[in-house]
Design a protein around this ligand. Structure first.
Ligand SMILES: [Fe+2]
Ligand SMILES: [Fe+2]
Length: 277
């Protein structure tokens, strides 16, 4: 009875048909025969103590919390370049747009206390893992479906309405926001820049706008990025869907898959938003 942490990792990959565990996802403390899981977007030391105290067989987080997922996180940023080149940004320009982000991520990974949360889980003997890129890919595909369902003349406002109808985004207390541009603008060519580790900041949005993309979708944006882009681009649109709501899309899909296989999941920390039992 129950699943192993490895089987749960595989279940996350099966959601999107992938074979390899992404660099930002890992098992910190393995477990077997898992029948109950505390599932959250952020599960760190305090939540691990909660999981142990309440007797959960597994603490299952979305965001990387240490170990390989923290140290090797910059590797998933390769997808930033992939998404840019898919929209016609020349590879050297794409690499350059992402260079600062990659350097910052490498410095941050190198500096991080990659042992903190995993070591707490070890001490508690609490099975603990995180799955990041694969659930985000589920969310990305949900956004792609919305964008592909629009007609050629659709406005940014219609794109926002379509995104806002995704159950997690509809249920969340955050709205889908147009941070650069206007709802009346044509959505035009839409780039969904999600499931690439993190958002691309102003440089990535700039590279899209300079290469014929009209609308960029991020799930979150840095505090200064929209202002920088507004100053430079009169006609680009940046739509920000909302971080927790967007992360919940893939995590809810994983919860559904685990529940189907007999793992009783308790969602906290943003997971479960907009999910129907
Ligand atoms: Fe995410
Ligand atoms: Fe996230």
């Amino acid at each position: 009875m129950g699943l192993s942490t490895r089987e749960i990792m595989d279940a996350s990959l099966d959601l999107v048909g992938w074979d390899d565990v992404p660099a930002d996802s890992t098992i910190y403390v393995p477990g077997e025969r898992i029948e109950t899981a505390l599932v959250g977007i952020d599960l760190e030391s305090p939540e691990l103590q909660l999981a142990a105290r309440e007797g959960y067989d597994l603490a299952l987080a979305h965001h990387p919390a240490g170990g390989r997922a923290r140290l090797e996180f910059p590797r998933v940023l390769d997808r930033q370049v992939e998404f840019l080149t898919d929209h016609g940004v020349p590879e050297p320009e794409a690499e350059e747009a992402v260079a600062e982000l990659v350097e910052r991520a490498e410095l941050a990974s190198h500096a991080a206390n990659y042992r903190h949360d995993p070591s707490v889980a070890e001490l508690l003997e609490q099975p603990y893992m995180n799955v990041h890129l694969a659930p985000d890919e589920v969310g990305r595909r949900a956004f792609v479906d919305v964008a592909e369902g629009l007609d050629d003349e659709a406005t940014v406002g219609e794109l926002v309405d379509g995104l806002s109808a995704i159950p997690e985004l509809a249920a969340a207390r955050t709205d889908v926001e147009v941070r650069v541009g206007r709802e009346e603008n044509a959505a035009g060519e839409v780039a969904i820049h999600h499931a690439a580790g993190t958002n691309g900041g102003a440089p990535v949005a700039r590279a899209y706008f300079e290469n014929g993309v009209d609308t960029v979708i991020y799930i979150h944006a840095g505090a200064d990025d929209p202002r920088k882009l507004r100053e430079e681009f009169g006609d680009g649109n940046l739509v920000v869907t909302g971080h927790v709501a967007s992360d919940a899309i893939g995590m809810n899909a994983l919860i559904d898959a685990l529940e189907e296989r007999g793992v009783d999941c308790t969602p906290i920390s943003g997971c479960g938003i907009g999910r129907e039992d």
